[in-house]
Ligand binder design. Sequence first.
Ligand code: AMP
Ligand code: MG
Length: 422
Amino acid sequence: MSGCGGKGGDKPLTDCCSQPGLMPFEQALAQLLDSVQGGQQPVEKVHLTAALGRVLAEDLCAGLDVPPADNSAMDGYAVRVADLAAAAGKPLTISQRIPAGVDPEPLQPGTVARIFTGASVPEGADAVVMQENTERDGEQVKMPTEIPLGDHIRRRGQDIANGDAVVKAGTRLQPQHLGVLASIGIAELPCYRPLRVALLSSGDELAQPGEVAGPGQIYNSNRYSLTGLIQQLGMELIDLGTIEDTRAATIEALQGAAAKADLLITSGGVSVGEEDHIKAAVEQLGEISLWKLAIKPGKPLAFGRVGQTPFIGLPGNPVSAMLCFQVLARPVMMKLQGAGELHPKSVMLPIDYQRSKAQKRREYLRVRRVEQDGQLVLKPYTNQSSGVLTSVAWAEGYAVIPADAQIAPGDLVEFIPFSELA
Ligand code: AMP
Ligand code: MG
């Protein structure tokens, strides 16, 4: 069998050998997304207090108006506008007092009602006069003669109308969504169960932080950057540590992981060296494609399934591993999780960078935004090597430099902040 051949499944996967050259990013992403189905996670009820970051599984509709009645936006007096004109500045009698939470009587003609912020406006009143514009003397109060109809009244249903779909299925719940769902009285939210993501690192050179690294060893950093990225997405991490670089150990680890997880992610071991066992192991257990992506950093990416569990093999280089996770694995994970928004939102900003020769690969520069003459400008980190993880730690996001493009300082390029990848 050729090195990149799949074993055949429901859907044939493309491999690098049938594709001359490098695979464009968009093609890889489209193929990855196409291969998984969203909305398959079981649905569970989650209380408002535990639902932050969870993905809503159904549209939630209001069963009431918010606010439920016209209410006052000010402390003051509920009035009938026509009565103020008729009184022509003479004091009017205060006929009732309406604090918030009280069901008021209809407003008696020719009188005003003392009212407080959030209290229901009585039937018959058509405006609220703020108390600063009145002069009170016992149970009498002097009013302005002219105020606009509806002044300082918050209308019933102005926020939410009964029947409105307030938060849509696929929303990753943020504090504001929890607030708005609380405002329609819903406590238990139908959410997709968090995706269970098994993470494995491959490489005999890897030592664990906290241990003494032996000769030729480096510390396993991918395990922790990738753990953080998975947790940031609100998913359940199944941390399977480091796999020994042998075929047998790799097969055993992958099989065990596939049984427990909704998605398998590995780092390292997907280059074509003889120490790279992940490819052969996944091939034996399911199906794998190896892609040489037209992106920098992050050329080798493996993709397939172990049994029926989707598998993504990230490159070993620490920056490549993070980037490939963020721009390729993340959208797939979002789709599996049932999220509606799969892609980060980027902005165009000028960059302080020069590239006089076009390249074959799209480049993701680690950049910060700095202010120059009142304008935000992207500044790349000095060392953009795929092994320099400090470039990511220093940066605020990625500047995307298209392949085949020359760049001069001040050119606008796409900026993806890390916050959009969380
Ligand atoms: P590989 O893809 O396994 O050939 O690894 C490519 C490079 O990334 C090598 O220099 C590895 O030492 C390094 N590398 C692989 N896995 C990790 C890891 N978990 N943490 C840090 N560096 C790694
Ligand atoms: Mg390796």
